[in-house]
Design a binder for this molecule. Structure first.
Ligand code: NDP
Length: 452
């Protein structure tokens, strides 16, 4: 049977765009890609990129205080959200054009509309037309999950923050994951009064326990009113915003409520019921190691599969799919030792096992240090950096590295290379320190602080 295309990709985010470009430009496949919103997906349009620019913007208040401590005669005026947002919008438009040009250059046909699946080889476009493809790739990503109480109270999600007309003077952020903690720090840095509720015992569940405690402490020191073991019980409109009553009896009125309570895969109304594609408990597309669904011609990559929901992982999955299906090189997406960073202030970089997970697999040695870094100590700030290595007591391999420090995201990228190569504690020790930098502590950790 002759198909219109070799590959039809649904979703123009990181995973879908990479798969389309590699299949078309490296392997000569005839490819089409449909995107119903803006090219670039969550990462570029309403995630990593605008978030990181907001992280930069919010850091200047502290940096100006430091500058004064270093002798500079500077006074911060106010932060002008409108100036920042106008520039941000222009930058996102530019990046969207770059993504589009990349697809055009690779010869991919772009359909600026919603596409749904009709059967194993047929896609229906929003205008009613259908096209056929030998392979279909689902790369539709995810969206914020709003509990009922939040949806009916008109709470905002991370999607809305980038589009705010004005910065609110106060916010309540609900959630204790990546997004909640990052926005708590960003908005606090921009001068917004931030309260954060997390229902569990400690924020950033799943990460190394000591690092979580260290970050929570710094967030509180920076002025964030963080309540753990706390959830929203009631929300009612108020002339100045929303009145909130918490499960711990705490009452407050805030200009805006932001929910960052996780994300769900975009598989609704995609036509998957017309196929044999299987969905998991959260609605994620179930795939094997090669990102293939239960229907041999249909594959899925990125957040819609809810494996590791990070941009670079989606890109790897999209690339591996193209190599496997069009390059004749079966390649599994590798989900081992994926480093990541949480852009809180201070930043958190992490790779490998947490102390808690490693203890369970033991025996281990834990090397850790906490210290006041030179730059902020000189400025009189109380900030402390935390660095920690988890070492297997038998093989001596470094199993995990956790860093809470300015630029920890940059540091962890490099530490991750050594750890992926199987570096032992002695390899770290043999490496001469770079002086004076914070990361030198990683190669001068002499004695374990704990064994287990
Ligand atoms: P997370 O899953 O990380 O966190 C969700 C948070 O919401 C948790 O604290 C969870 O609590 C809480 N929660 C869930 N449901 C409810 C509810 N009904 N009521 C109250 N609280 C609730 O999701 P995020 O939205 O923060 O981020 C989604 C994903 O996006 C991340 O997992 C990550 O993969 C990716 N991401 C990565 C970033 C990076 O690399 N820097 C930045 C931002 C996002 P509990 O712990 O109790 O379940």
């Amino acid at each position: 049977m002759a198909f219109d295309y070799d590959l039809f990709v649904i979703g123009g985010g990181s995973g879908g765009v990479r798969a389309a470009r590699i299949a078309a430009s490296e392997y000569g496949a005839k490819v089409a890609l449909a995107e119903e919103y803006r090219m670039g997906g969550t990462c570029v349009i309403r995630g990593c990129v605008p978030k990181k620019l907001m992280v930069f913007a919010s850091a200047f208040a502290g940096e100006m205080e430091d500058a004064r401590a270093y002798g500079w005669d500077v006074t911060a005026g106010g932060f002008d959200w409108t100036v920042f947002r106008t520039k941000l919008d222009a930058e996102l438009d530019r990046l969207e054009r770059v993504y589009r040009a990349g697809l055009d250059g690779a010869g991919v046909t772009i359909q600026d509309c919603r596409a749904t699946i009709e059967d194993a080889h047929t896609v229906r476009l929003a205008d009613g037309g259908t096209v056929t493809a030998k392979h279909i790739l689902i790369a539709t990503g995810g969206r914020p999950f709003l509990p009922e109480i939040a949806a009916s109270a008109g709470a905002l999600t991370s999607n809305d923050i980038f589009k705010l007309e004005a910065l609110p003077d106060s916010v309540l952020i609900v959630g204790g994951g990546f997004i909640a903690c990052e926005f708590a720090c960003i908005l606090n840095g921009m001068g917004v009064k931030v309260t954060q509720f997390y229902r569990g015992e400690q924020i950033l569940r799943g990460f190394d326990g000591e690092a979580r405690g260290h970050i929570a402490e710094h967030m509180r020191e920076a002025g964030i009113d963080l309540h753990v073991g706390t959830d929203v019980m009631e929300m009612t409109p108020d002339p100045t915003g929303t009145k909130v009553i918490a499960t711990n009896g705490h009452e407050l009125t805030v200009a805006k409520v932001i929910y960052a309570t996780g994300r769900v895969p975009n598989t609704d109304r995609l036509g998957l019921e017309n196929t044999g594609v299987k969905l998991g408990r959260k609605g994620e597309v179930v795939v094997d190691d090669w990102s293939q669904t239960a229907v041999p011609s249909i594959f899925a990559v990125g957040d819609v599969t809810d494996r590791i929901n990070l941009t670079p992982v989606a890109i790897r999955e999209g690339h591996a799919f193209a190599d496997t299906v069009f390059g004749g090189r079966p390649t599994k997406a590798d989900h081992d030792l994926v480093p990541s960073a949480v852009f809180t202030q201070p930043e958190f970089g992490t790779v490998g096992m947490t102390e808690e997970a490693a203890r369970a697999a033991g025996p281990i040695e834990v090397y850790a240090t906490a210290f006041r870094p030179m730059r902020s100590a000189f400025a009189g700030r109380p900030d402390r950096v935390m660095m920690k290595l988890i070492v297997c007591a038998t093989t001596r391999k470094v199993l995990g590295c956790h860093i809470v420090a300015p630029e920890a995201g940059e540091m962890i990228q490099l530490a991750a290379i050594a750890i992926r190569m199987g570096a032992t504690k002695e390899d770290f020790d043999r490496t001469v320190a770079v002086h004076p930098v914070m990361a030198e502590e990683l190669v001068t950790l002499r004695k374990p602080v704990r064994t287990a």
